[in-house]
Design a protein around this ligand. Structure first.
Ligand SMILES: [Zn+2]
Length: 95
């Protein structure tokens, strides 16, 4: 039996997914995925890999959240104030 973190890592090794897709694939709440991400980043880094993040963008105006450093998804677009944010997408590489 794999832990939730191991399952997330395994899915992200196969392809880039956002937290919504992860939560649906693993039948847990998105919030839970968010809580695990920093730990996953650490454990992946400790094994010589990397948790890569493909930046989120706004569906309303196309604004890209390039500068964002935090792992958790932004909730609102700073340009058009829309909350229709797509991504970010996460991927585990180098393991
Ligand atoms: Zn926007």
């Amino acid at each position: 039996m794999q832990t939730l973190r191991q399952q997330i890592i395994r899915l992200l090794q196969e392809k880039a997914l956002d937290t919504l897709a992860l939560s649906q694939a693993l039948a847990v709440r998105e919030k839970e995925i968010h809580d695990h991400l920093p730990h996953i980043a650490k454990s992946v880094a400790g094994r010589g890999g990397r948790l890569a993040m493909q930046p989120a963008h706004c569906e309303g105006c196309g604004f890209k959240f390039k500068e964002r450093r935090r792992l958790s998804p932004p909730s609102r677009c700073p340009r058009c104030k829309s909350n229709r944010i797509l991504g970010p997408w996460y991927r585990v590489t180098g393991l």
